[in-house]
Design a protein around this ligand. Structure first.
Ligand code: ADP
Ligand code: MG
Length: 319
């Protein structure tokens, strides 16, 4: 069982940043309004996410650490399926298989918090005002082969920060604090999406951008794109989100790039931060375990819609 967990975890717990991404998503799922992220040694020694969400009831703490699919893995084909499905209902179990994981949580109505260090062990009373603290220490301590693939702490820390960035961009109404080896490296107050984008991607997004906002029933696209005059040609900043999740999608990228065609000269790369909202039934988000790839049912319609939305925004004269 442990071996299977470790193999499956190896597929999906790629590096500290992939752990952090899952912990952040769980905290947001729990309705948190403020998150604190503490990292040590690039997240290898410690990733701690403290939230103010709804918490986990005491009797559900062990369940949160239990791999649901394990019992169903009968052969290698099944194992592959688990790996491609990724973290569905088993992120914490996967992380627990390759690190030392501790959950401390307090439900709103509970008189105090409970702390669990081992799914097979007993929860102990703990002190916590509200919400949940998920603490992951010593990633890959029991799988040294995987540990060897980790990059320098600075690199892993940068990936962790990028994971925070991606989540924070699509959750402007949530506050974030990040510390690295005891030093605060990022603080984001709750605010408007525009301000959040500018805080994370640069002030040009406030002063030299166009606002994208188009609606076609089941499709909506919002966001900011830099005016061609603001594109300095050295570094492009391109973020796309589908239903609030960061994606790297060729189709969306192409549609947005095309909107700049004939407006932007040479090989200069434009910058944008764009949010697409689409009927979940019209998009498959489970193409890749890391879930940054998507597949649209009607990719032509999505392409045209996004292209026209940005094209129109770029054509609007400065007010
Ligand atoms: P999934 O998110 O797919 O359900 P996870 O392994 O990521 O699977 O989490 C397991 C369960 O643990 C979640 O469904 C949720 O009930 C609970 N949980 C995890 N993290 C938190 C958190 N920060 N706050 C509240 N509940 C949490
Ligand atoms: Mg999860």
């Amino acid at each position: 069982d442990l071996l299977i967990s470790q193999i499956a975890a190896g597929e999906v717990v790629e590096r500290p940043a992939s752990v952090l991404k899952e912990l952040l998503e769980n905290a947001l799922d729990a309705g948190s309004t403020a998150l604190r992220i503490d990292l040590e040694e690039g997240g290898v020694a410690l990733i701690r996410v403290t939230d103010d969400g709804g918490g986990i009831p005491k009797d559900e703490l062990p369940l949160a650490l239990t791999r649901h699919a394990t019992s169903k893995i009968a052969n290698l084909l099944d194992l592959e399926r688990v790996a491609t499905l990724g973290f569905r209902g088993e992120a914490l179990a996967s992380v627990a298989a390759v690190s030392r994981l501790t959950l401390t949580s307090r439900e709103r109505s509970a008189p105090h918090a409970w702390k669990l260090t081992d799914a097979a062990g007993e929860a102990e009373p703990a002190a916590l005002l509200a919400g949940t603290v998920v603490e992951m220490r010593d990633l890959y301590y029991n799988t040294p082969a995987r540990r060897k693939f980790l990059k320098a702490a600075a690199t892993e820390a940068a990936h962790c920060l990028e994971a925070v960035k991606r989540v924070a961009l699509s959750h402007a109404d949530v506050a974030f604090t990040v510390t690295r080896d005891g030093r605060e490296i990022l603080r984001l107050a709750r605010g408007e999406p525009k301000q959040r984008i500018a805080d994370l991607l640069g002030a040009a997004f406030l002063t030299e951008s166009v606002e994208v906002d188009a609606d076609a029933g089941a499709l909506r696209v919002t966001g900011l794109a830099l005016r061609p005059t603001a594109v300095d040609g050295t570094k492009e900043v391109q973020y796309c989100f589908v239903n609030g999740r960061y994606v790297r999608d060729k189709l969306l990228q192409h549609a947005l790039r095309e909107a700049y065609r004939d407006i932007l000269h040479g090989s200069r790369q434009p910058s944008w931060c764009v949010f697409l909202d689409i009927d979940p039934a019209a998009v498959d988000v489970n193409v890749h375990p890391a879930k940054t790839e998507v597949r649209f049912r009607d990719s032509r319609a999505v392409h045209q819609f996004v292209f026209h939305a940005l094209r129109q925004a770029l054509a609007t004269p400065i007010a």
